[in-house]
Design a protein around this ligand. Structure first.
Ligand SMILES: Nc1ncnc2c1ncn2[C@@H]1O[C@H](COP(=O)(O)OP(=O)(O)OP(=O)(O)O)[C@@H](O)[C@H]1O
Length: 590
């Protein structure tokens, strides 16, 4: 029953709707009492041989009215109570989705996609069920049970009623004992469903890798193990759940025995009529549903309770990225001063960045290079406020980036990450993703700037071609260039290319960089790359290793230093010369 308390805020908010629903349920129960009474009177009249046509018409008329009443009142509770449940589901779904949107990178590192999806589907359904079937079952069983008992006492005999309901406290005892076990069993079952969801999501997303490495059998076995484990956990739920119905049947059986034995005795001694006993048996039959409903009620409530706890835990998690109360809302613009003394990822003791200090004057270009895992992307994650837990300060336009509202900061930055994500919509909408009001001309201009316009024209429906899972398959280089177009369409104050040209050939890379130099002459650009030709024209280049800056300067200064940069440059020049030679040779042979 704890779940009703937890959902108290919602029932209070929707008290009118639930008030009408419960009132309609009460009216249905009252109307339901009429037919047994009429049938009892008919039996008695037949026994006395006093049935007349007039009486029959009246009885049938009352039965007809009771039928119409039932129809109307049932319609009323259904619309009110089911409507309330649907509204709760919508409210919680929206709340959860906004929570997902607000949460930081640490949250997504901790919770896997399948688990979050399980919360948003299975758990919310279980909670919604409390506000629908749960409320219905609770009130219906109380009202039907209560009115039936009153009718038994008033219309038949109080002693017979008292004896007949003697076994019923056993039901409450059983519900109490099993309820606690059900709660923990349901919690385990929901957690098992989350794991199953995670596995399915990961295997479907990674199916290409699984197939390439011939791991289908191993992955299917792994999946089977998780399914088996889920089944074992759910069996415990079913075991506890299935104890309810047989026990209820047993209790109802006892009630019938008492009714027949003691009721028969009362009829024989002329204390009640046969008609009254028939009515009483009909009333006992009317008690069967409320009794079974209690078992079902516990199932619904405990399932909802376990799910509510899981969702509440998720909603209680706070993002570590907070906006100040008086946040700057003017778009960030100007010089970037990056002064991070050290930073390590949450839950990791090693420093990902140490003493990374640089300044990027407005309108200039910074290049960042270094081995894999040197810390290039980490620099951007702090700049984009994915993590705030660093020692030092990052300023944009003379203000600490933490003083801006997230919108004001992020609207000024166009970020092209290493791995791109395209949405299941058209090419044009993917490019104007952050501002749907951009015209097709502006979309085409951004596509030309990122050297993908010609590719798009070759697609079956040009800019209207659908991409994403169900759309056209794009090459890695095409995806990268679409992502660049998406970032440059807003002409951001700061453009960040995080190894965003790795999948395009050298000539296309040169074309894109040349376009950017022309179109973004007064805007700031930071380029992280493995191919040094991507950064050679930058105003300053920093070389990272293990989170430290080990070299810095312009391209020619770095060559003169004869360190890591110069060594890599010579190596890459040699590789590119070898490539060109082999292409020329193949051309010659052809
Ligand atoms: N979310 C994270 N949690 C913990 N450690 C992380 C996380 N992301 C990156 N790291 C670690 O931080 C270090 C720097 O990673 P980063 O992605 O910044 O390197 P990078 O220079 O961009 O590498 P690459 O050239 O491969 O993209 C690596 O040791 C990496 O394992």
């Amino acid at each position: 029953m704890g779940i009703f308390k937890k959902l108290g805020w919602y029932f209070k908010q929707e008290r009118r709707r639930y008030g009408i629903g419960v009132l309609a349920l009460l009216l249905v129960a009252i109307v339901n009492l009429i037919p047994p009474k009429i049938i009892g009177s008919m039996v008695d009249a037949m026994n006395r041989r006093s049935v007349t046509a007039h009486k029959l018409v009246i009885w049938l008329g009352i039965l007809l009215l009771a039928g119409v009443g039932q129809y109307l009142f049932r319609f009323a509770w259904r619309t009110q109570i089911w409507g309330g449940a649907a509204k709760l589901e919508r409210t919680l779904r929206t709340r959860l989705f906004w929570h997902f949107m607000r949460m930081d990178a640490t949250f997504y590192q901790k919770h896997r996609t399948g688990d979050l999806m399980a919360h948003a589907t299975n758990d919310l359904n279980a909670i919604q069920n409390v506000a629908g079937a749960g409320v219905l079952t609770l009130f219906d069983s109380i009202i039907t049970g209560g009115t039936t008992l009153i009718a038994m006492i008033i219309l038949v005999d109080w002693r017979l009623t008292l004896l007949a309901i003697l076994p019923m406290p056993l039901l409450a005892l059983m519900a109490r004992r099993l309820g606690t076990h059900l709660h923990s069993a349901f919690r385990d079952a929901q957690a098992a469903f989350s794991r199953l969801n995670d596995k399915t999501q990961e295997s479907v997303s990674g199916v290409k890798v699984i197939k390439t490495f011939g791991q289908e059998k191993e992955d299917a076995e792994d999946f089977d193990n998780i399914v088996d484990n889920t089944i074992v956990i759910n069996r415990r739920v079913n075991f506890i759940d299935s104890l309810f119905d047989p026990t209820t049947s047993l209790i109802m059986g006892l009630t019938y025995v008492i009714t027949i034995v003691y009721g028969g005795y009362l009829v024989l001694h002329g204390q009640i009529t046969i008609g009254q006993l028939v009515s009483f048996v009909a009333y006992v039959a009317a008690l069967v549903w409320p009794m079974f409903a209690i078992g079902r009620l516990f199932n619904i409530l405990e399932r909802g309770n376990a799910s509510y706890d899981r969702v509440a835990e998720l909603l209680a998690e706070k993002s570590s990225i907070v906006e100040p109360k008086q946040a700057l809302t003017t778009p960030a613009a100007g010089e970037i001063r990056y002064a991070v003394d050290h930073f390590s990822y949450p839950g990791d003791d090693t420093n990902a960045l140490v003493d990374v200090h640089f300044t990027v004057p407005e309108g200039s270009t910074l290049g960042i290079v270094g081995k894999v895992g040197a810390g290039k992307s980490t620099i951007f994650k702090l700049l984009l406020r994915e993590f705030d837990n660093y020692n030092g300060e990052i300023d944009f336009g003379g203000h600490n980036i933490k003083d801006y509202s997230l919108d004001a900061l992020l609207d000024s930055i166009g970020y092209v990450p290493q791995d791109n994500f395209l949405f299941s919509t058209t090419v044009a909408n993917n490019i104007r993703f952050s501002s749907y009001n951009k015209s097709l001309d502006e979309v085409e201009q951004a596509a030309s700037e990122s050297a993908v316009h010609e590719d798009i024209q070759g697609f079956p429906e040009g800019y209207d071609t659908a991409v994403g899972e169900r759309g056209v398959s794009l090459s890695g280089g095409q995806k990268q260039r679409l992502a660049i177009a998406r970032a440059v369409i807003n002409a951001p104050e700061l453009l960040i290319l995080d190894d965003a040209l790795s999948a395009v050939d050298a000539r296309t890379e040169e074309e894109i960089l040349e376009n950017l130099r022309k179109d973004r002459a007064h805007k700031t650009t930071i380029i992280a790359a493995h191919r040094l030709s991507s950064v050679m024209h930058a105003d300053e280049i920093i070389v990272l290793e293990g989170g430290h800056v080990i070299e810095r300067g312009t391209h020619s200064q770095l060559l003169a230093q004869n360190g890591w940069y110069a060594e890599m440059w010579n190596l890459q020049q040699l590789e590119s010369k070898l490539d060109k030679d082999s292409i020329a040779k193949e051309g010659g042979q052809a």
